[in-house]
Design a protein around this ligand. Structure first.
Ligand code: ATP
Ligand code: FE
Length: 333
């Protein structure tokens, strides 16, 4: 089947074409308007999605050399995400499906981040554990099959990506901060400063205490030396990144031991982080894991992951009707 995938849950408008499980195109229109505000402004995001969605789909068709009449089904992100943003993608998908007389496939955005591992080789085997770390979520997922996923650990407050973005804001770096922390961290000493590891039970996470400790650390040091930030930016970023990575990987290790699983994957925007990718590779070697680290283009939001999820749902005849509506908070299955 030829699947059109649509993603619009946050601030990236994306369209992808997947033919029999092979990804032929994946067009992502980034929104730059939010940088001026230091974060995504939901009302602006939905307006820009409206401008971008048709050109993105047209470009995805051109890149894949597929005609709109060849499409067999439309897969779209139903949630979770910003309601106004989701509404644009869902409305487009429904209108397109109605006009072309096509079936609709709803996709959970967080499941799709995990299923991005089934776009290219090597593909993980079930069951595996996936650490999904993104702007809004931090989850350890026990993946039993394509759509049988259990969240066995998650954050009780901020997400890992939020911790990256809020830290960068404290450091006066522009939005989005995650990639900039990564850049500075590569030039710094990760052992220069020590930030606390929270004591959270089970497989859950907390990042809000870390955020506060960074805030006070910067405030006190800048009071003592006004050039502190300027002089030590690389060391601060390296030390913060190291702490976030060790918090994540220590829990992942705990989960792998608890479930006796040696196939371990990363997903979500923060999986683009160099320190996390290296950290997982090192831990995997130590633990004898098979590690799966996504290609950069499938870490942050993209429609390819929606299209591959849609392909597997198509094979299961799992369709929804025209009465479907977006869900800002959407549980698994
Ligand atoms: P969710 O998937 O939870 O709905 P989202 O879709 O907004 O949230 P993603 O696009 O998956 O999130 O990820 C965005 C996050 O990834 C941001 O917080 C961003 O700072 C972070 N990020 C992206 N690249 C890097 C990097 N190289 N290092 C650290 N963080 C990064
Ligand atoms: Fe996402």
């Amino acid at each position: 089947p030829v699947i059109l995938g649509i993603e619009s849950s946050c601030d990236d408008t994306s369209a992808a074409i997947c033919v029999d499980g092979v990804m032929l195109s994946n067009v992502i229109a980034n929104q730059t308007i939010h940088a001026a505000y230091g974060g995504v402004v939901p009302e602006l995001a939905s307006r820009v999605h409206q401008q971008n969605i048709i050109p993105a789909v047209q470009q995805a068709l051109v890149n894949a050399k597929v005609s709109k009449n060849d499409i067999d089904a439309v897969a779209f992100t139903r949630g979770p995400g910003l309601l106004g943003s989701l509404l644009v993608g869902v409305s487009f998908a429904k209108a397109f499906a109605l006009a072309q007389n096509l079936p609709l496939i709803e996709v959970n955005h967080m499941q799709a981040h995990v299923l991005a591992h089934f776009i290219d080789e090597p593909k993980p085997r079930f069951p595996f554990l996936c650490l999904t770390v993104s702007g809004g979520h931090t989850q350890i997922v026990l993946v039993k099959s394509y759509f049988d996923m259990e969240i066995v650990g998650q954050t009780t407050d901020d997400a890992a990506g939020e911790a990256m973005d809020k830290t960068s804001k404290i450091l006066g770096l522009p939005y989005p901060g995650g990639p900039l922390i990564d850049k500075h961290a590569r030039l710094g000493n990760p052992d220069a400063f020590k930030f606390p590891e929270p004591n959270i039970p089970d497989l859950n996470f907390s990042f809000s205490g870390l955020k506060t400790s960074i805030l006070y650390f910067i405030r006190d040091n800048v009071a003592a030396d006004p050039d502190f930030l300027q002089n030590r930016m690389n060391d601060i970023c390296a030390s913060v990144e190291k702490r976030i990575v060790t918090i994540l990987l220590n829990k992942l290790k705990k989960a792998a031991l608890l479930y006796g699983i040696k196939d371990v994957a990363l997903a979500g925007g923060v999986s683009a982080n160099t320190g996390l990718r290296q950290g997982l590779t090192d831990m995997g070697q130590q633990m004898g894991w098979n590690c799966f680290i996504p290609a950069f283009q499938y870490c942050t939001d993209n429609a390819a992951m929606i299209a591959i999820a849609g392909y597997h749902k198509y094979l299961n005849n799992d369709f929804v009707g025209q009465n479907v509506a977006p869900l800002a908070r959407m549980p698994f299955s």
